[in-house]
Design a protein around this ligand. Structure first.
Ligand SMILES: Cc1ccc(Nc2c(-c3ccc(O)cc3)nc3c(C)cccn23)cc1
Length: 109
């Protein structure tokens, strides 16, 4: 797809991940992890990422054109960070897997 079409689809994917229907398991990923609440977070996660940061990068043209590769990397960073900090079996880890499934379905569209 041409660069502008890719950009439009990336915005559509982020819009989907922010939908109310996913809020109950997506909310921990809306904003950067609060480092005041989790001071040891940066010991587990080198590159924090969240959906608001991705949305802002899209809106301010901070992704290369075409954006797919860099966009997908940032989205997958959210999930990798989630699994690095939240052990299997924790609520946030489970929610990460649920949101990842939503992403995979939309991304394959
Ligand atoms: C049951 C439960 C326990 C802990 C949390 N933590 C948490 C996280 C979080 C996100 C990513 C991450 O790697 C770690 C924590 N983000 C939040 C927010 C935005 C509000 C309230 C709690 N939050 C939420 C629910």
């Amino acid at each position: 797809k041409i660069a502008q079409e890719q950009l439009r689809f990336c915005k559509e994917v982020v819009k989907e991940l922010f939908k109310k229907t996913h809020e109950s398991y997506a909310f921990p990923f809306y904003q950067p992890v609060d480092l005041n609440v989790y001071p040891q977070y940066t010991q587990y996660v080198q590159t924090p990422m969240d959906l608001s940061t991705i949305r802002s990068k899209l809106e301010h043209n901070q992704y290369p054109l075409p954006p797919y590769q860099a966009f997908e990397h940032d989205v997958r960073l959210i999930f990798a960070n989630c699994y690095a900090f939240n052990p299997a079996g924790t609520a946030v880890n489970d929610w990460g897997h649920r949101l990842e499934a939503v992403f995979e379905t939309k991304w394959a569209e």
